[in-house]
Design a protein around this ligand. Structure first.
Ligand SMILES: *[C@@H]1O[C@H](CO)[C@@H](O)[C@H](O)[C@H]1NC(C)=O
Ligand SMILES: *[C@@H]1O[C@H](CO)[C@@H](O)[C@H](O)[C@H]1NC(C)=O
Ligand SMILES: *[C@@H]1O[C@H](CO)[C@@H](O)[C@H](O)[C@H]1NC(C)=O
Ligand SMILES: *[C@@H]1O[C@H](CO)[C@@H](O)[C@H](O)[C@H]1NC(C)=O
Ligand SMILES: *[C@@H]1O[C@H](CO)[C@@H](O)[C@H](O)[C@H]1NC(C)=O
Ligand SMILES: *[C@@H]1O[C@H](CO)[C@@H](O)[C@H](O)[C@H]1NC(C)=O
Length: 472
């Protein structure tokens, strides 16, 4: 999640200790490597398991018993021992098998699981604690049992790739400033690839890809050239272990079109024939500057505009997923539309808008064949999406997918297009002029909503009256 909070980014004081880091040798996977899981087999309809193996204060304020705003400082405040027990309790409870079952029931078929480098590689001078890895393994086993796929997403890199809470450490973007940070990151990616390429242990259709780095934030000191060098090195490392592992690269907010014809392995002959191994991840938010607080009609137009790009068939765009999106349109996760005071605002008007906004994005981020019969969707970049996020401590309405399902503004079974409300136009976007009003009561059956509640009352009253007249 790309947060601003409208705050000046805190420059954290980092104790610079020159520590020698030993590159652990990555284990080659045993057993046979299956064919690469194809992202094109099925539309990806996924959710992020945000705030779990890498915590964010706004997602789980209950974990943040100190004033810390990121996991680094939480552990710095609590000390390693207390931090480990706090986070162990959180890892154990925030996602359980029940959540995975609910995700499955909601018609979702994939999980994007964010994790920080410190789950794999932790130095003594870093306050973080480690212990997430067994939970990642558990998650992959549950996913496999339930037939869900998993995209593992390196959400926090040493030094931080964006200086935001979602990277674990708010402050300057020190990730690109030294090769030790880069080497450590590559090593973590090697570990994830080796571990989850063991098809005899994890199966061959569960882990469908590894995302190299979440939301790198480019600047004068973190250039596109540096990012691409990193993408090349990381792709070489992963391909060196498993040529079949899909590699997901965040677009660095430059948009999927910027990455047309991009090949992180230009010298490798295999990459040109296998180029759907490389996938671009673009995040589509209306929560952050300068796209926050826009009028709804402008938002819908922008959603339709990106939809057209994701469905272009005549360009050389890489396969693309929308790896994060939500219903937030305010200023930040703490904004008026999502703060705790508004938690119980279940107004019909709000749910009507949420339904429209959800279905607009659903249509925009899904390959067109999934929602529209007008365009068979051959060769379009769009492969699907991951909502941010499944839940939060207080199930903030604009960020918690499960709350949307409970309250009926997100379809109960998103895999079943007959449960959608809005018609799709020939251009692949929803018909936002369709006359729809959410049911008066949150969570009411979607089957009733096409009728206005007044009409419904009339029909119910008439049937009672008719029945009554029959009796007498
Ligand atoms: C690299 O940067 C990190 C901060 O991201 C710092 O802790 C570390 O000491 C630096 N290493 C070297 C070798 O400069
Ligand atoms: C990856 O790292 C984890 C956590 O340190 C470790 O348990 C696991 O054995 C490693 N896997 C490989 C293949 O190196
Ligand atoms: C949508 O795209 C069209 C064509 O590129 C452009 O003219 C329009 O301004 C865009 N709309 C918004 C709201 O950005
Ligand atoms: C978030 O909202 C709470 C309660 O409304 C408020 O006290 C706090 O200052 C806000 N934080 C930020 C960063 O805006
Ligand atoms: C899809 O939804 C429709 C409308 O609610 C329902 O009648 C149908 O049984 C559902 N199909 C499946 C496969 O669940
Ligand atoms: C939408 O439908 C309701 C109920 O049928 C009706 O009262 C209202 O006038 C309609 N609005 C538009 C813009 O057609």
């Amino acid at each position: 999640m790309w947060t601003h909070y409208g705050l000046t980014v805190l420059i954290s004081s980092i104790t610079v200790v020159l520590a020698q880091y030993q590159l652990g040798s990555a284990v080659k996977p045993s057993g046979h490597l299956a064919k690469r899981a194809s992202l094109t087999q099925d539309v990806i309809r996924g959710v992020n398991l945000g705030g779990w193996l890498l915590t964010e204060e706004w997602i789980t304020p209950s974990v943040y018993t100190s004033d810390a705003a990121d996991e680094w400082h939480l552990c710095l405040d609590l000390g390693k021992k207390k931090c480990l027990s706090t986070l162990q309790d959180h890892w154990k409870s925030f996602f359980t098998r029940d959540d995975f079952e609910e995700i499955k029931e909601a018609g979702l078929n994939s999980l994007r699981i964010p994790i920080g480098y410190w789950a794999v590689d932790l130095q003594d001078d870093e306050p973080y604690v480690s212990g997430q890895y067994p939970y990642l393994i558990q998650a992959i086993n549950w996913a496999r049992e339930l037939g869900l796929t998993v995209l593992i997403d390196l959400h926090g890199a040493p030094g931080s790739q964006n200086g935001q809470d979602n990277s674990g450490l708010i402050g300057p973007t020190l990730f690109p400033t030294n090769t030790s940070n880069l080497d450590r990151t590559i090593n973590v990616l090697k570990n994830l690839t080796s571990e989850f390429s063991q098809t005899d242990i994890y199966g061959d259709q569960t882990v469908i890809g590894i995302e190299l780095l979440n939301e790198p934030r480019l600047s004068n000191t973190f250039t596109m050239t540096q990012l691409k060098d990193f993408y090349t090195q990381a792709s070489e490392a992963i391909s060196g272990i498993n040529t079949n592992m899909n590699i997901i690269m965040h677009d660095a907010f430059w948009g999927p079109q910027y990455w047309e014809n991009y090949d992180p392995l230009p010298s490798s002959s295999s990459s040109s024939t296998n180029n759907d191994q490389f996938i671009i991840d673009t995040h589509q938010y209306y929560a952050f500057e300068p796209l926050n607080n826009l009028p709804h009609d402008i938002i819908l137009e922008k959603v339709c505009n990106i939809s057209k790009i994701l469905k272009l068939t005549n360009q050389n765009m890489l396969p693309t997923i929308v790896g994060e999106w939500s219903l937030e349109t305010g200023h930040s996760p703490n904004s008026s539309s999502s703060n705790l005071q508004n938690k119980n605002d279940n107004s019909q008007e709000k749910r009507t808008w949420f339904r429209l906004f959800f279905e607009s994005q659903l249509a925009a981020y899904s390959p067109s064949s999934a929602t529209n019969t007008m365009n068979s969707g051959q060769n379009q970049p769009s492969k699907g999406w991951y909502y941010w996020t499944w839940k939060t401590d207080y199930d903030i309405d604009t960020w918690s997918y499960r709350r949307g399902v409970q309250q009926g503004y997100i379809p109960k079974d998103v895999s079943n297009s007959s449960t959608y409300v809005f018609p799709i136009l020939d251009n692949g976007c929803v018909d936002s002029t369709f006359n729809y009003t959410a049911p008066k009561k949150p969570g009411s059956s979607i089957g009733l909503v096409r009728y206005s509640p007044d009409w419904l009352l009339f029909i119910i009253a008439s049937s009672f009256l008719a029945g009554f007249l029959c009796i007498i």
